[in-house]
Ligand binder design. Structure first.
Ligand SMILES: [Zn+2]
Length: 309
């Protein structure tokens, strides 16, 4: 959709009483934009909200302060998220001299959403949580010559899996768990060897981390898989991770069964987390964002900690 059409829709939406019976064609008249609204640069928006720009590229912009995260999608028909909650369309976007301009009306919408959607409390309650004990194997899916799925934005699944898995491992290590990763960089590891790492350590839990893909691009959300003949412990781990993941605001497909090789070849409890859909444009943009990767890692790690607690 071109900027012109978006402007017309925006004007129609914001002056609905005047134009609701009119076809949305014809020239865009400046004074249709309500008084007090103007285009402001993303820098100005961030400064007004007391936030700073933590990421900016051709698909999205992330603003942050210590308590809140705002994500603005600059794709056509882009959405606005505050602490992962979608709060509607971004509206018209203008690009001038390398700067992105949005409507000043976003300021009040973001402010009220920041109040309504304060950061989610993490499921780990106390300020100095109890040290946990146990051995967990974290398995970032794919790697090296095996890229996994390719996102609609062109990047590879293996890179998201690794970024989130490294973060999960760090968080678990902080809680006192003994953590082993099946890979810590971009190299290939056989499925057999991944399961063997868990079996040789007699791991208490094996968690494989992947991102999904589907021919229908509208499909979005996370899924936790266990093997068809999964043990009670695998099921328990899958349930607590699924519950913790619901705090990310993503759509949930819950716990499903599938005989993935890493799940059937691992002797101990094993789950496979599909973080979200790389075939969905907005989820692909979220999965690439490091602030959203942090949130996903926290959710997966929190679920694992509940399992060990
Ligand atoms: Zn995968």
């Amino acid at each position: 959709m071109g900027n012109r059409i978006k402007l017309i829709i925006f004007a129609a939406a914001t002056t609905i009483a005047v134009v609701s019976c009119q076809p949305s064609t014809g020239p865009v008249i400046e004074d249709k934009i309500p008084p007090g609204e103007r285009n402001i640069s993303i820098n100005e928006l961030a400064a007004t909200l007391g936030m700073s720009i933590s990421e900016s590229n051709h698909t999205h912009v992330v603003l942050k302060n210590s308590a809140n995260t705002v994500m603005i999608f600059t794709l056509n028909g882009g959405k606005l998220y505050v602490n992962t909650k979608p709060i509607g369309e971004v509206g018209p976007i203008e690009r001038k001299a390398g700067q992105i301009y949005v409507s000043s009306s976003l300021i009040s919408r973001i402010r009220s959403a920041m109040r309504a959607y304060a950061p989610l409390p993490t499921p780990v309650p106390s300020p100095s949580p109890r040290r946990l004990s146990g051995t967990v194997v974290i398995d970032p899916g794919h790697g090296g010559k095996d890229p996994g799925a390719t996102s609609v934005l062109g990047y590879y699944e293996k890179d998201v899996n690794l970024a989130v898995a490294l973060d999960v491992a760090r968080l678990l290590d902080q809680r006192g768990l003994r953590v082993k990763m099946t890979r810590t960089d971009d190299y290939f590891v056989e499925l057999e060897d991944r399961a063997a790492i868990a079996n040789n350590l007699d791991a208490d839990l094996f968690v494989s981390i992947h991102a999904d893909s589907f021919p229908k691009s509208s499909r979005r959300g996370y899924t936790i898989y266990i093997a068809k003949s999964a043990s009670f412990s695998s099921r328990k781990a899958a349930n607590v991770i699924a519950r913790s993941m619901s705090g990310t605001g993503l759509n949930s497909f819950g716990v499903q069964t599938a005989n993935y090789h890493v799940l059937t070849a691992t002797r101990g409890p094993a789950v496979l987390v599909e973080l979200g859909y790389l075939s969905n444009r907005q989820e692909a943009a979220m999965l690439r964002s490091s602030s959203f990767q942090d949130r996903l890692a926290q959710a997966v790690a929190d679920g694992i900690c509940v399992y060990f607690d």
